[in-house]
Design a protein around this ligand. Structure first.
Ligand code: GAR
Length: 249
C-alpha cells in the first residue's frame, strides 16, 4: 500500500513537473530540435498516463449537517492521497460548522434545499457534474431519497453512533441516541458503518466498534467516546471500501 501511495504521488508529481517544463521551455525547443518527433510522442504518452491516473481517482462527497468533526478527519486522512480525493461537501444547513472546514481546505460546498432534494432529482446530476463516485454520510440527518440511493447503490456509506440494529431509525441521531442508551442502562455502545439503502439505518453493515458505557456516563461523555471511535475508524473503513472492498465484506 505504501508503495502504491509513493509511486502514485511520484507519477503525479513527475507528470506535473514535465507538463510545466513542456509548456514554458521544452515546447519551443522541441519545435526546432531534430528529436522533436520522439519528444512529442513521449509527451503524448505522459498525458495519456495522466488521464488514466485521473480516471482512477475516486472522488468522494461528504454529506454533513453539523459540526463536521468526522468530515475534518476524513479530509485530513485523504489529504494528498494518490487515489482518493474529497471533491465536495454537501450540506443542508447554511450555518453548519462543516462549511467553515470545507472553506479552510478549499473544497467546494453544495448547499442543498429540501424541495429539490426530496421532489427533484435529489441533486444526482449536480454530484455527477462534480465527478463524485462515492458518497459518505457523516452526520447527515435527512433521509436519502430513492433516486440518490439508486445512483450510488453500494457506493454510499453512513456512520451511526450506536451498535445497529439497536438505537437506529427515524429520530435516532446524535445525543438522542446516547440519551436512550443511558436511559436503558446499556453497558456497551459503539459505532456502526453501513451501506445506505432506502430505509433509515438499515443498509448492510460494514464495520462496528464498541466501547463501555459506565454508570457515571452522561450523554456528553458517551458522545465523546463515540466520536473518538468514529474518528479512529471511519476514514480507514472508507479507504478500504474504495480500495479493497473484498477485505471488509
Ligand atoms: C456523529 O456522531 C454521527 O455518528 C452522527 O452525527 C454525529 C456528527 O458529528 N450521525 C447520526 O446520528 C446519524 N444518524 P460530527 O458533525 O462532529 O461529524
Amino acid at each position: 500500500m505504501a508503495l502504491v501511495r509513493i509511486s502514485g504521488k511520484l507519477v503525479y508529481r513527475g507528470v506535473f513537473v514535465f507538463q510545466t517544463l513542456y509548456r514554458f521551455y521544452l515546447a519551443p525547443v522541441i519545435l526546432i530540435s531534430r528529436w522533436g518527433k520522439q519528444l512529442h510522442l513521449f509527451t503524448l504518452l505522459l498525458y495519456l498516463l495522466y488521464f488514466i491516473m485521473s480516471a482512477l481517482i475516486h472522488k468522494i462527497a461528504i454529506f454533513a449537517s453539523g459540526a463536521g468533526s468526522n468530515a475534518q478527519k476524513i479530509i485530513d486522512h485523504f489529504h494528498q492521497h494518490p487515489q482518493i480525493q474529497v471533491g465536495l461537501i454537501v450540506c443542508n444547513k447554511p450555518g453548519a460548522g462543516v462549511i467553515g472546514i470545507a472553506e479552510k481546505h478549499q473544497i467546494p460546498v453544495l448547499l442543498i434545499e429540501k424541495e429539490p432534494f426530496f421532489r427533484g432529482d435529489a441533486y444526482v446530476s449536480a454530484l455527477q457534474a462534480h465527478g463524485i463516485s462515492f458518497v459518505v454520510l457523516a452526520g447527515f440527518l435527512w433521509k436519502i431519497p430513492p433516486a440518490l440511493v439508486a445512483a450510488y447503490r453500494g457506493a454510499m456509506v453512513n456512520i451511526h453512533p450506536a451498535l445497529l440494529p439497536k438505537y437506529g431509525g427515524k429520530g435516532m441521531y446524535g445525543s438522542h441516541v446516547h440519551e436512550a442508551v443511558i436511559a436503558n442502562k446499556e453497558t456497551e455502545s459503539g459505532i456502526t458503518i453501513h451501506y445506505v439503502n432506502e430505509f433509515f439505518d438499515e443498509g448492510a453493515p460494514i464495520f462496528q466498534a464498541s466501547c463501555a458505557v459506565l454508570p457515571s456516563d452522561t450523554p456528553e461523555t458517551l458522545a465523546a467516546k463515540i466520536h473518538a471511535l468514529e474518528h479512529q475508524y471511519f476514514p480507514i473503513i472508507i479507504e478500504k471500501c474504495l480500495l479493497k472492498p473484498t477485505a471488509i465484506l
